[in-house]
Design a protein around this ligand. Structure first.
Ligand code: RP5
Length: 169
């Protein structure tokens, strides 16, 4: 019998966020990637507070084998745009719901990129975090049949769940 490998698969998706306070939102990205069998890494990288770490992360991402980066940030959320400026990899932006402006600030900071450096931007909060994971999985699925199979099964299960929904009499 073949020996079961205990080696962890190399991450193909990088999840980054500006602060530990973003994890409450970004954990949903990690959860969906785990469910779909997409190997990922996660780190706190702040555009404002650890700019040098952000530069290193973005510039080394492609060489380290990542295919997609998902960047979550709140407030004046420069992390996704700055990261996208320093890599050719797709960078998906997740606006974290901020305490003062409910995430409208995060959304507008991330989505309103001038033409030239795109940041495909998801919805504010949990839905955006999950959809960022699903979008990254769809990119990975282009060249990974196992992830493609899991993504299709996820959609099928979701459809079945809605079909079973019943309104109260
Ligand atoms: C941003 O500032 C982070 O992405 C976070 O959403 C926001 C607030 O950070 P904390 O004050 O909670 O560390 O850089």
């Amino acid at each position: 019998m073949a020996k079961k490998s205990t080696a962890k698969a190399k991450p193909v998706v990088g999840i980054i966020m500006g602060s530990i306070s973003d994890w409450e939102t970004m954990q949903h990205t990690a959860e969906i990637l785990t469910e779909l069998g997409v190997p990922y890494e996660k780190s706190i990288v702040s555009a404002h507070r650890t700019p040098d770490v952000m530069v290193d992360y973005a510039k080394s991402a492609e060489k380290r084998g990542l295919s997609v980066i998902i960047a979550g940030a709140g407030g004046a959320a420069h992390l996704p745009g700055m990261t996208a400026a320093m890599t050719y990899l797709p960078v998906f932006g997740v606006p974290v719901q901020s305490r003062t402006l409910s995430g409208m600030d995060s959304l507008l900071s991330i989505v309103q990129m001038p033409a030239g450096i795109p940041v495909p931007t998801l919805a504010i909060g949990k839905a955006g975090a999950i959809n960022a994971g699903l979008s990254a999985a769809a990119v990975v699925a282009l060249s990974d049949v196992t992830v493609r199979r899991k993504l299709k099964a996820f959609r099928k299960a979701q459809t079945a769940k809605v079909e079973k929904m019943e309104l109260p009499a």
